[in-house]
Design a protein around this ligand. Structure first.
Ligand SMILES: Cc1cc2nc3c(=O)[nH]c(=O)nc-3n(C[C@H](O)[C@H](O)[C@H](O)COP(=O)(O)OP(=O)(O)OC[C@H]3O[C@@H](n4cnc5c(N)ncnc54)[C@H](O)[C@@H]3O)c2cc1C
Length: 403
């Protein structure tokens, strides 16, 4: 009997396994993938996520070969803001390591901490007794079906979580899909890290391993069928529309890998716990990837969940109560961020108040830093958008110099 069985060994599952195993729990971590491997995702990590990697002692391995990022451009078209967000726990840098590097480092750290890791292992179903999840049934590739029992089964198995489906985890705060995306990797791309929100499009780029840069473009979801018919043409036409300077920079670069795209980016929260089960990462909370916050969220929730499980499994606290605390902590952070992300993903002109706010930031590095902190999760969204603070920011704008 395991203390915890975790299904899914990437950025949500591996940290939970690592943290529980370090506390001395008997942990089984399974994934149908084998590592190192890539997955459908770009991989920007904001400062709070990098700080988590540092706390866990895996920062060096997880970011090996990927450059530190300390500069960010928000290009709104007529208005361009350049700066960097505040440090988190003394960590100033962002990183965007390939998932093949990041996820492998986390799996290896979980294994080194004492978790039993089974790669190439698919779960087929959960086992139940008296309305409670008691374990998993599944098999390794080419192997026979085995049943494993655990005090808790954790679904870290992504957007289409089989664990969430088996326990009928209720979804809430569901919102329509806002965007579809295509991305690839480019060599000899001269620009750093930037986002370009536009009406009907959004583009982002940042550097990663092997001297490559990720370049992604988003369209409205209804465009997906058209875009996928001729990705090259749609991609470069969108870049030209978004920013001639960006388009020119891409013309001087070479695409080094195939296109990857998706319109499967729904927005929802799921109740992340019940009798004998819990959910973490995309399995419990999925949103549009425009701000690249899924990994940073997964790290934070993995740590909160591991602490709640430790409290519950050790008997220091009632397990259900501890898990209810996990859901509250997740939602208190994630819900304001959710609304902010969805606005950005909608690819609509910013409302007049937002335009006024953005305009007031020009030439004020400290205020740009605070605004960047909204995207990084280091500045509280409710506090920033409180009327008093908005008034302070806008009233403090520099008046134009007289000719
Ligand atoms: C286009 C795109 C771009 C993105 N860009 C960024 C970005 O720049 N930064 C960022 O932070 N986030 C980004 N995200 C979001 C990010 O990819 C996710 O938030 C993150 O991968 C969630 O991690 P996870 O561990 O919860 O799930 P996943 O990474 O989906 O991992 C789930 C794992 O579960 C395993 N699994 C599933 N079912 C089973 C089963 N039945 N049996 C065994 N194993 C199973 C899978 O093999 C997989 O390895 C992006 C997403 C998309 C779609």
């Amino acid at each position: 009997m395991y203390d915890a069985i975790i299904v899914g060994a990437r950025v949500a599952g591996a940290p939970v396994a690592l943290l529980l195993a370090r506390k001395g729990y008997r942990v089984l971590l399974v994934d149908r993938a084998t590592f190192p491997s890539d997955t459908l995702s770009t991989h920007y990590i904001h400062q709070p996520g990098v700080a988590a990697l540092q706390r866990w002692g895996v920062l060096e391995a997880a970011t090996a070969g990927s450059p530190a990022i300390t500069n960010f451009t928000m290009d709104f078209g007529p208005l361009v803001l350049n700066g960097w967000g505040p440090a988190c726990d003394g960590v100033l840098e962002g990183y965007a390591p390939r998932r093949s590097v990041l996820d492998t480092a986390l799996v290896e750290a979980a294994r080194a901490a004492g978790a039993e890791v089974r790669e190439g292992f698919s779960i087929q179903e959960l086992t139940f007794a008296d309305g409670r999840v008691t374990g998993i049934r599944g098999r390794e590739r080419g192997g026979t079906t085995v049943t494993e029992q655990g005090r808790i089964v954790i679904g870290a198995d992504g957007l289409h979580s089989a664990v969430a489906k088996a326990v009928h985890a209720p979804a809430y705060q569901e919102r329509p899909v806002q965007a579809c995306y295509y991305y690839s990797y480019f060599s000899d791309f001269g620009l750093g890290t930037a986002i370009y929100p536009r009406e009907g499009n959004v583009a982002v780029h940042f550097p990663t391993n092997d001297g490559l840069s990720v370049l992604a473009v988003g369209w409205k979801p209804a465009e997906f069928a058209r875009v996928r018919q001729d990705i090259d043409r749609s991609f470069y036409a969108a870049l030209e529309r978004i920013s001639p300077a960006l388009s020119e920079a891409v013309q001087g670069a070479s695409r080094a890998e195939r296109w990857t795209g998706t319109a499967d980016v729904p927005n929802f929260f799921r109740k992340p716990f019940g009798p004998g089960w819990a959910l973490v990462g995309d399995a419990g909370y999925h949103k549009d990837p425009v701000t690249g916050y899924g990994i940073t969220d997964a790290f934070r929730d993995a740590e909160t969940l591991a602490a709640a499980l430790d409290a519950g499994l050790s008997g220091r606290e009632d397990l259900e109560q501890a898990l209810a605390g996990y859901e509250q902590t997740r939602n208190a952070f994630a819900m304001p961020m959710y609304e902010f992300i969805l606005q950005l993903a909608a690819q609509e002109a910013p409302p007049p108040e937002m335009q006024m706010l953005l305009g007031s930031l020009v030439g004020r590095p400290e205020e740009i830093t605070r605004f960047c902190g909204l995207l990084d999760g280091t500045v509280s969204i409710p506090e920033y958008f409180a009327p008093d603070n908005l008034q302070r920011v806008i009233a403090g704008a520099l008046t134009p110099a007289a000719d």
